[in-house]
Design a protein around this ligand. Sequence first.
Ligand SMILES: [Zn+2]
Length: 376
Amino acid sequence: MKKIALLILFLFSSFLVLSVQPSFTIEGVGNGKVYAEDPIIQIEDGFGKLHIELNGEPIQNGYEITENGEYELTVRSTILWKDKIENITFERDDTPPRKPAIMHGVESVYFKEAKFELINEEDVTYEATVDGFPYTFNTPIKKEGEHVLRITAFKDNGLSSQAKYTFSIDNTTYTKKEIDMFIDFYFEHETELFKFTDDIDVIVHGKPTEQDIKKTKDVIEKLNEMLPFTLTYKKDASIKFFKNQINMYFTSVDDFSSYGFEGDIVNGEKMVIGFAKSEEVYYEEGITKAIVLVATDITQREREATIIHELTHAVGLYNHFENDPTSILYPYSEGQVMTWNKKDAKMIELLYREEVTVGMGKWAVRQILEPRTVKK
Ligand SMILES: [Zn+2]
């Protein structure tokens, strides 16, 4: 009787031992996951003796990972001869994807079509749109006008980064003659191109007549239709020391030298009646300050012709068309020409094309304009 009871007890206890399996659950990290924040390895203990290793080194439960890298976690629980092993790999990476970039950059203006090639970063996925519609890289965009390219980069760690690029497609063409004329005209005395790149105040000083003011405002209005920024008429001598301005002095020719005019006022039978000069020029911003002198001791008509002639110089066209009496940049006019002819307007247009940029030399300007050449 005793023997049986012992045997039963023995069987019963063996059964108990056999039914208890080593168990645990891993929390805080998951297989194949990437973490941007510090993950904490948390093992929820079931039965058995735990042994935790991270990249082959024993660690304690509750270990926090604070360094970027790839990790292999091995958790083992044992009860007597039984064990349970689980092996997972994960990564800690708190670096966001790089700002999405385009191969060779994004130009401000394209002719006929724009095509973008993405610089791919490893393990990063991208989404791109043009004007809000999905864009597939390396496919051409042909619609004329302004466009916005937005790119978002995503990483498995949940971090992302964005980039926004604006560009336009402009299919304006020029004849070879127009382009040659602009380049020959602009670079006759200059080696690098300079122009205004921002809004300008045209500040009038001295003694302009009412008609002078009217003409100045009229020229400003017409230039504003041709230039990619705004000129604003101002009559306030106190603000003459700031940037982005053309200071316009209506004064006697005798006083020209006190405003920086060097040279002879009288040259043979000709007398100087106006003067323009860039006073501050930078490689980043282009011209930021210019001065214009208009003689007050000449006829009203001559003054008005001088206003437009000198303001045309001031916006960056400092050369003359010596052989074209119909041009506003004809230097020997006595008030016969009161506005720009087609050629003058073309010179302003070409100088202020967006892709023609400050600091460009003759060769660079030719190269950027050449694709727009049409035979005529
Ligand atoms: Zn001139």
